[in-house]
Structure formats: C-alpha cells, structure tokens
Design a protein around this ligand. Structure first.
Ligand SMILES: Nc1nc2c(ncn2[C@@H]2O[C@H](COP(=O)(O)OP(=O)(O)OP(=O)(O)O)[C@@H](O)[C@H]2O)c(=O)[nH]1
Ligand SMILES: [Mg+2]
Length: 386
C-alpha cells in the first residue's frame, strides 16, 4: 500500500478528503486544484507545490496522461486509468525558503472501494478503513459529481441507475459520519464542496456554446438533497458550497454510451467521449473557487488565532481528546503551526537577531497575504453558497 503517512513527522497537515465513486473525476480534480493554485500564485513570492517525491511523480504522470489525451485529440475513460491505491497528495504552500508553510494532504482513493464489494483482500479492507477515518476527520470534504451522468440521463432506466452510478447512498453515509464528527468540534471551520466535473458542455463561460448551468444545478441539488440535509442536520455550522469545475475545459462532449453493467444487469453506466475544441489548451475553470473556499477557512482561523480567540477551542479539543474522541488533529493546530514563523520572529527579535527575525516575519506575512488573496478572490460566477 502507499504509505505517504500524512503526519509521519508530526507536522500538522490540513486535510482535504475527496469522496466519490469510480471514474467520477476525483484524481483529475486534485490535479486541477494544484495546477490552478500554481497559476494563481504565479508572480507572488509564495509557491504551492508537491511536498514529497511521490506526490511529484504522481502529478507528473497525470499531466503526461493529460498531454497524451490532447495530442490524441480525444478524451475518454481509456485516457486516464483509474487509481489503483490509496494516495495522499501532499502539498505545501510556502514563501521563499521559509521553514514553515501550510501543508495540505488530499486523500484520493480508487472510487470502486465505495461500492460494497465482496472478496476484498485484507489489505484493501485495511486501506478502506484508513480512508474512512481520514474522511471522517478532515475539515474539508470535496464531493465530485459526474455532470454527464445527471445531464445525459434521458431514459427511465438511466435515471434508475443514477444512485448506483454515483453511489449516492455511500456518499450520504460518509457525509453523515463526517458531519457527526464535525459537530464534536463546532468551533472549528468545516466545509463541504459539491463539485460537478465534466461540465464543459453545460456552461457558456469557457468556450462552450450552450448554457445549461441552471439545469445542472437543479439536478445536483435534487440528487444530493439528502447529503445536504444530513450535513445541515448533523453539523449546522458547516459551510456547503456548490463549485462546478472543468478540469479540461478545452473539450466538448460528443457522445455518451449507456451500457448495462455485466455485474449488475439492472444498472446502466454511461461513458462519455470528449473531442478537443479549437487549439486544445487546457483551461481549468472552477477549481479556484474550491481553493478560495479552503483559503477562506484558513484566513478566518488565522484571524481568530491572532485575536487569541482560538485558545479556548484548543483547550476544549484537548478535553475531548482525553475523552477518547478523535480530535487530536484539531484544526487550530494547523493554523498555529503555519504561524510559527511569526512566533519565532518574536523570539529572535528579543534575542537581538533582528535580520533573521525580519526575514521570518516577511515570509510569514507573504504567506498570510497569499492565503488572504486566494480567499478574497471573486468567485468565478459558477460557485454558490448553499
Ligand atoms: N471532460 C472532462 N473529463 C473529465 C473531467 N474530470 C475528469 N474527467 C475524465 O473522467 C475520467 C475519470 O477521471 P478520474 O479523475 O480518473 O476519476 P477518479 O474519480 O479518480 O476515478 P477512480 O480513480 O477510478 O476512482 C477521466 O477520463 C478524466 O479525463 C472534467 O472536468 N472534464
Ligand atoms: Mg482516481
């Protein structure tokens, strides 16, 4: 199994869980969020990059597959092979050579694990358990939704298959568990993002000809209604955002083929084929809204830590921990960690090491400004608070 342990060196990481079935678009969305983050931070002294060799290699592989699809001028399910294992994409955002930055860990897994499957190996069972605890503990849960499934279903048997294809019951269960855990720490920020992907043919803002965005939103809200309800019920403080994303952008859906699933004869599964538009340059849209919402949580928490407001919450989280509740990776620990630069700068100043203190302070401020900049960007117009 892939052992990119998220907190092996005990540096707190900010966890983002991806939750969705096989082929929905989880891995593509992770890669898009990073690619877009790099773009948005371009020209600033802050970088967002892979925090380890494994993540670097995974990202390179994925980008090669994308480039291959563009050269072949066609995207279908064969272009991007499904994930085979549990994967942590470990990323860090930092200013210059600063020792402290913000570390993110995005969990991606083969979506097939969401479906009930008999005959799993002991290792797969262990890995799925690990995924579930990560998903239950993270502050941000991203739920990619395959827009083609909802928009191209036009026969009763297609609609009957939607819950199975999108694994909506498994998503609901996980969202309920997540929300229940968030409610153990109601002072910590929490965010669920419903992120339709493969949206290129339903928006007119990224080279598409039609605007069916309203219909897409209605269908997502209809099919994920129970997810929203369970989150509201179990974690009333959680933010819920709708953020449709084009991870490719330069494509047009040309055909959808619905096939009977040989293992489940009652289920019809769609496969979309996308042709490349125009010059075929990837144009990611919508991923910046997710990054912006995540940075919004961080920026708000930093203000609370600075105002000294968070101490009470940290104390309460410790008490909960002592009582055996799984909160040991409390959100404010992450925030304090990335503010260590300023704390150490104070110490250095007191010790008379003014130049070093100034450098640390500058780096901490640059990072805080970058987070604020991403948090305060105007959303793309696709994104909505639910
Ligand atoms: N056109 C288009 N295709 C997309 C988009 N996102 C994902 N895809 C395609 O959908 C397919 C599945 O995407 P993945 O990201 O591999 O899906 P996954 O959820 O990681 O799948 P598993 O690893 O099997 O769980 C690939 O062929 C992607 O190219 C999108 O926004 N637009
Ligand atoms: Mg994958």
């Amino acid at each position: 199994m892939v052992t990119a342990a998220t907190e092996a060196d005990d540096t707190p990481v900010f966890r983002i869980g991806m939750l969705g079935p096989s082929r929905v678009g989880k891995t593509s969305l992770v890669v898009s969020m990073l690619t877009d983050g790099e773009r948005l931070l371009g020209g600033t002294p802050v970088v967002l990059r892979a925090a380890d060799e494994r993540t670097k290699r995974l990202l390179r592989l994925r980008r090669q597959e994308l480039d291959g699809g563009l050269l072949a001028r066609k995207f279908d399910s064969a272009v991007m092979p499904g994930s085979l294992d549990l994967t942590y994409f470990n990323l860090e955002m930092r200013a210059g050579q600063a020792a402290e930055g913000i570390r993110f860990s995005l969990l991606d897994f083969p979506g097939g694990w969401l479906s009930e499957q008999e005959g799993r190996s002991a290792e797969e069972v262990r890995n799925w358990d690990e995924c579930q605890s990560f998903l239950a503990e993270c502050n941000v849960l991203v739920v990619p939704v395959d827009a083609t499934v909802l928009m191209e279903a036009d026969q009763p048997q297609h609609w009957r298959s939607v819950p199975a294809v999108l694994e909506t019951l498994a998503v609901q269960e996980m969202a309920e568990l997540w929300a229940g855990n968030r409610n153990l720490a109601p002072e910590e920020p929490a965010l669920v993002v419903l992120a339709p992907v493969k949206c290129e043919s339903y928006f007119a803002d990224n080279g598409g000809l039609r605007d069916d965005s309203q219909l897409l939103r209605e269908r997502v809200l209809q099919v994920y209604d129970r997810v929203i309800e369970l989150v509201r019920l179990n974690a009333p403080h959680a933010q819920i955002r709708y953020c449709p994303v084009d991870t490719l952008g330069c494509v047009e859906l040309v055909k959808v083929h619905w096939q009977t699933d040989p293992d489940e004869p009652g289920t019809h599964r769609p496969t979309g084929t996308f042709a490349i538009r125009d010059r075929g340059r990837i144009s990611i849209v919508g991923a910046e809204d997710i990054l912006g919402a995540v940075c919004g949580l961080l920026a708000g928490a930093r203000r609370r830590v600075t105002a000294g407001e968070a101490d009470r919450h940290v104390g309460r989280a410790r008490y909960a921990e002592q009582r055996g509740q799984e909160l040991k990776r409390g959100f404010f620990r992450h925030v304090r960690n990335w503010m260590n630069g300023s704390i150490r700068a104070n110490d250095l100043e007191r010790a008379g090491q003014l130049a070093k203190a100034q450098e640390l302070r500058n780096q901490a401020e640059q990072l805080a400004r970058a987070v604020d900049m991403l948090a305060d960007r105007k959303p793309s117009g696709r994104s909505k608070a639910l």
